[in-house]
Design a protein around this ligand. Structure first.
Ligand code: PLP
Length: 229
C-alpha cells in the first residue's frame, strides 16, 4: 500500500471508531510515528498534511528534526533520559513519557531557562507489566501534587502503552483504566486545570483506544510504514 492509501485507510478506521463510540472525529489527534523511516519519508508524511510527528529517541529523531523541525509539531513519545532533556527541550512541543520526578525537575529547569512551557502526559503503567515504563496508578496523585509548583510544565493528560495482544479487544481494560484514572484525578483537582488528554493506542490497538476515549493515537507501522514500504 502507498502512503496515501495507508493514510486514507487509517482515517476511515479512526472515523468509524469515533462513530461507534459516539465521539466527534475532531476529538482524536493522530501522531505519525516516524521512528522507522528516514527524513525523506517523514517529509512525505508532512506533505500529506499530517502535522503531528512522533519520535521515541533523540538519536533517531535528530536528523529528521534538523531537516523538518519547522514544518511539524513534534512529540517525544519514548522513554526520556534526564541527560537528553537538553537535546529535546524547545524542539518537541509534547512529551508523552513524563514518568518520574527527576525528569519533571529537569524539564522544569530547562523550560524555565528558555522561558517556555512544555506540554506533558504523565505516563502510567496501567497493565503492570514489568517491562513497561510509567508510574504505578497509585503513585499518580502524589506525583501531580509534587509537580504542581512547576510553572513551565503543563500536564495535559495521561499516557499508557498496552501490552501487545493478538486480539486487540483484550487491551480494552488498560485503556479504560487510564481514562478512569484521569477522571478520578480530575475529580480530586490535582492539576490547576482538568487534564483533558489521553495518549493511548498504537497500530495494533488504536481503534479500541479511541472507543475508550483516546485523544491522541500514536501510529507508526500502520500509517507511516517502514523505510522499505
Ligand atoms: C513505536 C511507538 C509507537 C508506534 O508503534 P506502532 O505499533 O508501529 O504504531 C507508539 N508509541 C510509542 C511509545 C512507540 O515507541
Amino acid at each position: 500500500m502507498s502512503l496515501i492509501e495507508r493514510i486514507s485507510q487509517v482515517e476511515q478506521q479512526v472515523s468509524e471508531a469515533c462513530r461507534r463510540s459516539g465521539r466527534n472525529r475532531d476529538e482524536v489527534n493522530v501522531v505519525a510515528v516516524t521512528k522507522y523511516v528516514s527524513a525523506a519519508k517523514a517529509a512525505a508524511v508532512l506533505d500529506q498534511g499530517i502535522q503531528h510527528i512522533g519520535e521515541n529517541r533523540w538519536q533517531t529523531a535528530e536528523e529528521k528534526w534538523r531537516a523538518l523541525g519547522e514544518r511539524g509539531v513534534w512529540h517525544f513519545i519514548g522513554h526520556l533520559q534526564t541527560n537528553k532533556v537538553k537535546d529535546v527541550i524547545g524542539k518537541f512541543q509534547y512529551i508523552h513519557s513524563l514518568d518520574r520526578l527527576s525528569l519533571a525537575n529537569e524539564l522544569e529547569k530547562k523550560a524555565a531557562a528558555l522561558n517556555i512551557r512544555v506540554s506533558a502526559f504523565m505516563q502510567v503503567n496501567i497493565s503492570g507489566e514489568a517491562t513497561k515504563h510509567g508510574l504505578q496508578p497509585e503513585q499518580a496523585a502524589d506525583f501531580l501534587r509534587e509537580i504542581e509548583r512547576f510553572k513551565h510544565l503543563n500536564v495535559i493528560g495521561l499516557m499508557t502503552m498496552a501490552p501487545f495482544e493478538s486480539s486487540p479487544e483484550d487491551t480494552r481494560p488498560v485503556f479504560r483504566g487510564l481514562r478512569q484514572l484521569r477522571d478520578e484525578l480530575n475529580a480530586r483537582a490535582f492539576t490547576p486545570e482538568p487534564m483533558t488528554e489521553l495518549s493511548m493506542g498504537m497500530s495494533n490497538d488504536f481503534e479500541v483506544a479511541i472507543e475508550e476515549g483516546a485523544t491522541w493515537v500514536r501510529l507508526g507501522s500502520i500509517l507511516v510504514g517502514k523505510e522499505e514500504d
